[in-house]
Design a binder for this molecule. Structure first.
Ligand code: PLP
Length: 395
């Protein structure tokens, strides 16, 4: 496919994404109730718009470039590694006072009191617990964009709640107006991921702020900011300030991305103490976080240089991939994160299998009947392996 054809094709797929936003409500509701299917890893595929391909030969492949989980290839910070290593000797103790110290440090950074924070072993733990606690008592529904990061919605659905997906807009930002309209008397929570996964795209901070401010008067709003720190510092507009203003907004942050600590497992949410008390019913106050992890998180927060370096190298990798995709005739969706998506002119399953066979692990999705690749930014060497494999497989 030449680049002009690819461009036309991309435009048509994006228009289709937008087109779906105006589907008549009845047709939309019918599609949304399609039966849930499980893939061979037990992952559920719920979305009428969005499906994930799973590599067939995952166990056999030793990956040369692991670009499938939006990890930070440069982490953890040397200071975090040192702290983790030193504290391994204290692994016979529970983290207790040390955890409170970390909470105080995070509270000071976020400009809230420590009562506004709950820690967990990764933000997934807290997303899942919110998914349980908000819905297991009375059911109800959760409104979110589609496609988006599904952790919370999957757990909510498992408790019997309904997921009300609202398509992203043509520019891949959240359709906040449509999301507000989708809220009904059974809505228990709204979930927003900004910047969004798997698209890497951004919703305007001021619009989101106004939305959260207004909507949280009716229903709590959960804002997942896992990737916010990949943006230039001046553009990192967190919704935490709404928590300080007393709004029922819950903001999730993680040490897995900019801090490069995905395997060390530390995350937190910031919210109103009353809302956090609900979540606390089913958590043990960060008991899942190991003592060395607590020290690693503290050390990493102080290592600003490491975070700046990650941001810089991530941007360089993105620029390289943009240029290479362009050269190969691919369109792409500009990203605000450490990953990006681009459309494929071939079957997503075949693409994934062929990329894995080359030792390059990426993700592949079907969005509205078309195949897309999501590639995480690794080191420059990994990105070169990726672009070479791409040329062979799909060029
Ligand atoms: N939120 C988003 C949007 C993510 O993409 C991820 C992981 O990829 C998470 C949360 C969970 O991260 P963790 O549990 O490692 O904090």
């Amino acid at each position: 496919m030449n680049s002009i054809n690819r461009r036309t094709w991309l435009r048509s797929s994006i228009l289709t994404v937008g087109g779906a936003a105006v589907l008549p409500h009845l047709a939309w509701g019918e599609t949304a109730k399609a039966p849930i299917t499980l893939d061979n890893f037990g992952r559920a595929s719920y979305s009428p718009f969005f499906k994930e391909y799973i590599p067939r030969q995952l166990e056999e492949v030793a990956l040369k470039a692991k670009l499938n989980a939006n990890e930070n290839p440069y982490g953890p910070s040397p200071k975090a590694i040192e702290a983790f290593r030193d504290m391994a000797t204290k692994g016979n103790r529970y983290a207790w006072k040390e955890l409170f110290d970390l909470i105080d440090k995070i509270a000071a950074k976020e400009g809230v009191s420590s009562k506004h924070i709950i820690m967990g072993p990764g933000s997934s733990d807290l997303l899942e617990k919110v998914g349980m606690v908000f819905f297991f008592e009375k059911g109800g529904n959760v409104v979110s964009a589609d496609p988006s990061y599904m952790s919370l919605m999957k757990v909510a659905e498992a408790t019997g709640a309904e997921w009300k997906p609202v398509p992203l807009k043509d520019d891949w930002s959240h359709d906040l107006e449509a999301m507000e309209k989708a809220i009904d008397s059974n809505t228990k929570l709204v979930y927003i991921c900004n910047p969004n996964n798997p698209t890497g795209t951004l919703t305007d901070a001021q619009e989101l702020y106004d939305f959260c401010s207004r909507v949280s008067e009716k229903v709590p709003v959960f804002v997942d900011e896992a990737y916010l720190e990949f943006m230039p510092e001046k553009d990192q507009k967190s919704m935490v300030s709404l928590v300080s203003k007393g709004k029922d907004v819950i903001v999730a942050r993680t040490f897995s991305k900019i801090h490069g600590m995905a395997g060390i497992r530390v995350g937190y949410v910031v919210g109103q103490p009353e809302t956090l008390n609900r979540i606390n019913k089913i958590t043990r106050g960060g008991m899942g976080i190991t003592l060395p992890s607590v020290y690693a998180a503290k050390a990493s927060m102080d290592d600003v240089e490491f975070q700046t370096k990650t941001r810089k190298l991530n941007n360089e990798a993105k620029e390289y991939v943009y240029a290479s995709l362009k050269k190969q005739g691919f369109e792409y969706v500009p990203s605000y994160t450490n990953f990006m998506i681009f459309p494929l002119a071939m079957d997503g399953q075949a693409y994934l299998d062929k990329m894995y066979a080359q030792g390059v692990g990426v993700r592949s999705f079907e969005i509205l009947g078309k195949s897309w690749c999501r590639v995480s930014m690794g080191t420059m060497d990994e990105m070169k392996l990726f672009t070479e494999a791409l040329q062979q497989v799909a060029g």
